[in-house]
Design a protein around this ligand. Structure first.
Ligand SMILES: N=c1c2ncn([C@@H]3O[C@H](COP(=O)(O)OP(=O)(O)OP(=O)(O)O)[C@@H](O)[C@H]3O)c2ncn1[C@@H]1O[C@H](COP(=O)(O)O)[C@@H](O)[C@H]1O
Length: 110
């Protein structure tokens, strides 16, 4: 796993037992899954709008910023449910390996 994801996952985990008023992530955990999902939804919408603007303007600053917000809140959601970013990376790796094998098999057929 990327070092940043690993370190961030550790902080998010620690925030689960922190006092709600001590940090933003602790306050999200205290408010519960619905609040976290609301934030994921909001950030997804903001990312879509930023992508549309990026295409028109060629400026990707907001696109990167909003995507970071979306990834971050998705990580809080995973952490709240007892999951880790490593599980998602493993799934992506599994699909990547699978598609690599399919590509090889189709090359062998031709
Ligand atoms: N990466 C982030 C991160 N990205 C975004 N955010 C917060 O996510 C929120 C984004 O929501 P919005 O854009 O809707 O802003 P808002 O209006 O302030 O949010 P709401 O009042 O609507 O909830 C902002 O408050 C940002 O500060 C983050 N907060 C924390 N982190 C990381 O999480 C770690 C733990 O954070 P704390 O729990 O705050 O210590 C930090 O060390 C950072 O590494």
């Amino acid at each position: 796993m990327s070092d940043v994801l690993q370190r961030l996952a550790e902080v998010l985990e620690a925030r689960k037992s922190a006092a709600p008023d001590s940090s933003y992530v602790a306050s999200l955990h205290a408010k519960g899954l619905n609040k976290i999902l609301e934030k994921v939804g909001e950030e997804a919408t903001e990312t879509i709008l930023a992508a549309k603007d990026a295409e028109l303007s060629g400026d990707h600053t907001d696109l990167i910023y909003e995507t970071a917000d979306l990834w971050f809140h998705s990580l809080v959601m995973l952490s709240h449910l007892g999951e880790t970013p490593q599980s998602v990376l493993d799934e992506l790796a599994r699909r990547f390996d699978l598609s690599g094998l399919e590509e090889k098999a189709s090359r062998q057929k031709n």
